[in-house]
Design a protein around this ligand. Structure first.
Ligand code: BG6
Length: 487
């Protein structure tokens, strides 16, 4: 029997950047879904904050439009009773007294301040939260990525926020850690005796992590052009997936037990710098092409700046220098305007040492464990079996399949649902600790520097293809191919 979700304690959750895309498209719908599941007490409060001059009703109207699409109108109205709005400018004092008074009604309840704004505002917001006495005992602050654009700026943000909030109150969110498959990776690795003995360089040939998107940068070009795929996806999401896959078994799921192990992985990544970046990395930038059957413009056309060297695709051959993983490549790739929206981790096991089968039985393929994060979360273990029936011993490679939607008949929750309630519960296991963010930048910075120093432009690729051909060559040079069994 599965346990039903437990309600959390009553809380106040304040979203700075409350009219932004993330708040309206992800955070508030996530809270609504947890509410309809009975996890959020009716006397909790959700307060949107932004500069826009709206009142409570105006804000609820905006939210109603988003929620009614997949909600039940009655439930939406009940949920909206929890929601209010304050128009505030983080850089000015106007309105903060009123906001402090609103918060002051019950100073002992759990308070979450979610900073879904540009990082330039973090220090001003924290400053005023301090000045108006809002950081009370059970307060927590959530920082949305990007946490800086390099180690130095990340340290600056962490120092600035750290002057007002302790590390134990600081939740650096990486929404990939809230995805069901990622949590399932923990269950699979540490809830089964089967995999752990094989989970090492002796039995694993290589690992692939692909996060492919069909969308271009669209409206986010202003942010994206200063970031690029390595900062936007690899330094955080993909490295976090790599850590969950490669870490040593933690002694428990306690926040520091897990994060200590992840940190060791990040610190064991082999450096990539000007001496080897050309061999171990490929950068690309999309040109015009097609996406989901439609003609789409290239990155530079969207940007209206024909000079940008920002990468919209990156492939990296990473290695972890420790006893468990020595010699096992981790091929990482991510990009915009690729043919499919698919995120997958593929663990490829070593080939059998000797084949006893006649070549006419068909090729023997390596076992693969494919963890699909999206679009449909599932896990497949590819095995070799005999093709059923007469006709001699013919081999077939088939997946032992566990499609979550089919197995459990439930819609998978969005990653933010789990993570937001973990913040309320005060459980930071699935959040990045400061030293993890720093270690990830320590690995990423020399790659970025090597690219900048090379003066080379990213390789062009046509929208709707799997990135530059050099990314295929990166893995094929090693006698391997990117996994394409997306059935
Ligand atoms: C965000 C990146 O963190 O993750 C975006 O900034 C990216 O560029 C997004 O599109 C992908 O998230 P998901 O959950 O859709 O895979």
């Amino acid at each position: 029997m599965t346990a039903s979700p437990q309600p959390v304690e009553t809380f106040d959750l304040v979203i700075f950047g409350g009219t932004g895309d993330l708040a309206l498209r992800k955070l508030l719908p996530a809270l609504y879904h947890r509410y309809t599941d009975g996890q959020i007490p009716d006397d909790s409060r959700i307060i949107g904050i932004a500069r826009e001059g709206l009142d409570d009703e105006g804000y609820r109207d905006n939210l109603r439009k988003v929620l009614v699409k997949d909600g039940n109108a009655g439930k939406v109205e009940d949920f909206l009773k929890l929601v209010s709005y304050r128009s505030l400018d983080a850089r000015k004092d106007d309105g903060w007294d009123d906001f402090a008074e609103l918060m002051g009604k019950d100073p002992n309840r759990i308070r979450v301040f979610y900073l879904s704004t540009s990082p330039d505002l973090f220090v001003d917001i924290c400053n005023r939260l301090g000045k108006y006495g809002l950081n009370k005992g059970q307060s927590r602050v959530v920082l949305e990525k990007p946490i800086g654009h390099d180690l130095k700026s990340a340290n600056q943000i962490n120092d600035d926020v750290g002057r007002f909030f302790d590390e134990s109150q600081t939740f650096r969110i990486d929404h990939y850690l809230g995805k069901e498959t990622v949590q399932n990776l923990l269950a699979l690795r540490f809830g089964n005796a089967l995999f752990e003995p094989l989970w090492n360089a002796e039995h694993i040939d290589h690992v692939q992590i692909t996060v492919a998107e069909t969308l271009g940068v669209g409206q986010r070009a202003g942010y994206y052009d200063h970031a690029g795929a390595l900062r936007d996806m690899v330094q955080n999401h993909i490295l976090q997936l790599l850590c969950m896959l490669a870490m040593e078994p933690p002694s428990s799921l306690s926040p520091d037990a897990v994060r200590d192990e992840k940190l060791k992985v990040l610190r064991s990544l082999k450096p990539i710098n000007e001496s080897n970046a050309a061999q171990l990395t490929v950068r690309g930038q999309y040109r015009a092409g097609s996406a989901e059957g439609q003609a789409v413009p290239g990155y530079l056309d969207e940007l209206k700046d024909h000079k940008s060297n920002t990468e919209t695709f990156v492939a990296v051959k990473a290695e972890i220098a420790n006893w468990r993983w020595a010699g096992v490549p981790f091929y990482l790739r991510t990009g915009k305007r690729l043919p499919d929206r698919v995120s997958e981790i593929t663990v490829v096991f070593k080939a059998v040492p000797h084949s006893i089968f006649d070549p006419s039985a068909g090729p023997l393929q390596q076992n693969r464990l494919v963890l699909r994060l999206q679009p449909d979360e599932d896990i497949k273990l590819w095995l070799t079996i005999k093709h059923p029936g007469p006709g001699g011993l013919r081999l077939r490679h088939v997946p032992l399949d566990m499609s979550f939607a089919e197995a459990f008949g439930v819609q998978q929750p969005d990653a933010y649902e789990r993570l937001l309630l973990d913040v309320v519960r005060g459980n930071p296991t699935l959040f990045m600790r400061r030293d993890e963010v720093e270690a990830a930048w320590r690995w990423a910075d020399p790659i970025l520097a090597a690219w900048a120093d090379s003066g080379e432009a990213p390789r062009p690729y046509t929208s709707g293809t799997w990135g530059p051909s050099a990314a295929v060559a990166l893995i094929e040079r090693d006698g391997r191919t990117w996994n394409e069994d997306s059935e």
